[in-house]
Write a protein that binds this ligand. Structure first.
Ligand SMILES: NC(=O)c1ccc[n+]([C@@H]2O[C@H](COP(=O)([O-])OP(=O)(O)OC[C@H]3O[C@@H](n4cnc5c(N)ncnc54)[C@H](OP(=O)(O)O)[C@@H]3O)[C@@H](O)[C@H]2O)c1
Length: 255
C-alpha cells in the first residue's frame, strides 16, 4: 500500500511544489485549497504522470470548523493520512493600526487555529496507528518580531513553538513533527500579502525538495538555504531591526 499525504494550500507555490515532489515519490495525495479548478488540473496531471490516486477537498481554511469538515471527508473516503502537511497560509503587510482587523482574524484562523485543529485530529489517528509524519510550514519570520508584518510573524512563531513542543510529546508514539521555515520564496505570497516581491527569493521546487529530504530524516526544523540558516542564528534585536527596514521598503504604500 502506498502512503497518503494530505497537503493544504496545494493550488500554488510551496504546496503545489510539495504535491509534485510527493507524487514523484509515489505517495497518494489529498489536496486541499479553495480553488477547485487548479486542484483538479493538478490532480489530473499527477495521476496521469505518476499513476497515483489523488483526491481533492475544497475548503476555506480561514473559516471555523474547516479542519473538522476535512477530517470527516477523509474518514468518509476511507483514507488514512500518513503524512499531514499544514502548508496553507497568508500574510498581511502594512502598519498594524491601518490594516483591516478581519484580515488579521482570518489569518490567525488559517495560520494558527486550523493548523492546530488539523494537527489535533490527524495526530490522534497517527498515535493510534503508532506511525505518522506532520510537516507544519512556518517561516524564518518565526525567529524574531516582524514590524509591518507583525501578526503574520507572530503566527509563524506560534507554528514553530507549537511544532517543537509536540514533536517531543509525539516521538514516543512513532509520530514525527517537523517545522519547515523557509525565507523568501517565489510564490503568490507577496501579492496576497500586499507587498513587493522579495529579492533573493528561492524557487518553491527547491524548498519542497529540502522539505521532503528533511521530513524523511525526521528533522525537527528545516531551514532551506545557507543565508536563512545564518539569519535565524543572529540576535533577535538585530533581526527585528533588519526586518523593520526591509518590510518598510517592501510594504506597498497606501495611496
Ligand atoms: N513565499 C514565501 O516567501 C514564504 C516564506 C516563508 C513561509 N511561507 C509560507 O509558505 C506557505 C505557503 O505559501 P506560498 O508562499 O506557497 O504562497 P501561495 O503561493 O500564495 O500559496 C498559498 C496557498 O495557501 C492556500 N490558501 C490561502 N488561503 C487559504 C484559505 N483561506 N483556505 C484554503 N487554502 C488557502 C492557497 O490556495 P487557494 O488560494 O487556492 O485557496 C494556496 O494554495 C504559507 O504558510 C506561507 O506562510 C511562504
Amino acid at each position: 500500500m502506498k502512503d497518503t499525504a494530505l497537503i493544504t494550500g496545494a493550488s500554488s507555490g510551496i504546496g503545489y511544489a510539495l504535491a509534485k515532489v510527493f507524487a514523484f515519490h509515489r505517495y497518494n495525495l489529498i489536496l486541499v485549497s479553495r480553488n477547485a479548478e487548479k486542484l483538479n488540473e493538478l490532480a489530473s496531471m499527477l495521476k496521469a504522470q505518476y499513476g497515483i490516486s489523488v483526491e481533492i477537498i475544497i475548503e476555506d481554511l480561514s473559516k471555523a470548523g474547516a479542519a473538522n469538515r476535512i477530517f470527516e471527508k477523509v474518514v468518509n473516503m476511507k483514507l488514512t493520512v500518513d503524512v499531514l502537511i499544514n502548508n496553507a497560509g497568508v500574510g498581511v503587510v502594512g502598519f498594524f493600526h491601518e490594516t483591516e482587523l478581519i484580515r488579521d482574524i482570518e489569518m490567525i484562523q488559517l495560520n494558527i487555529s486550523t493548523l492546530t485543529e488539523m494537527t489535533k485530529l490527524f495526530s490522534r489517528e497517527m498515535v493510534r496507528r503508532g506511525k505518522g509524519k506532520i510537516l507544519n510550514v512556518g517561516s524564518t519570520g518565526a525567529f524574531a518580531p516582524g514590524p509591518f508584518i507583525a501578526v503574520y510573524y507572530a503566527t509563524k512563531a506560534y507554528v514553530l513553538s507549537f511544532s517543537r513542543a509536540i514533536s517531543k510529546e509525539l516521538k514516543q508514539y512513532g509520530v514525527t513533527v517537523t517545522a519547515l521555515c523557509p525565507g523568501a520564496v517565489k510564490t503568490n505570497f507577496c501579492k496576497t500579502a500586499g507587498k513587493r516581491d522579495m529579492p533573493g527569493a528561492m524557487e518553491a521546487s527547491v524548498v519542497a525538495e529540502a522539505a521532503y529530504r528533511g521530513l524523511l530524516k525526521n528533522k525537527k526544523i528545516i531551514i532551506p538555504g545557507i543565508l536563512n540558516k545564518i539569519l535565524v542564528r543572529l540576535p533577535q534585536g538585530l533581526v527585528s531591526t533588519i526586518n523593520f527596514k526591509n518590510q518598510r521598503k517592501l510594504a506597498v504604500k497606501k495611496s
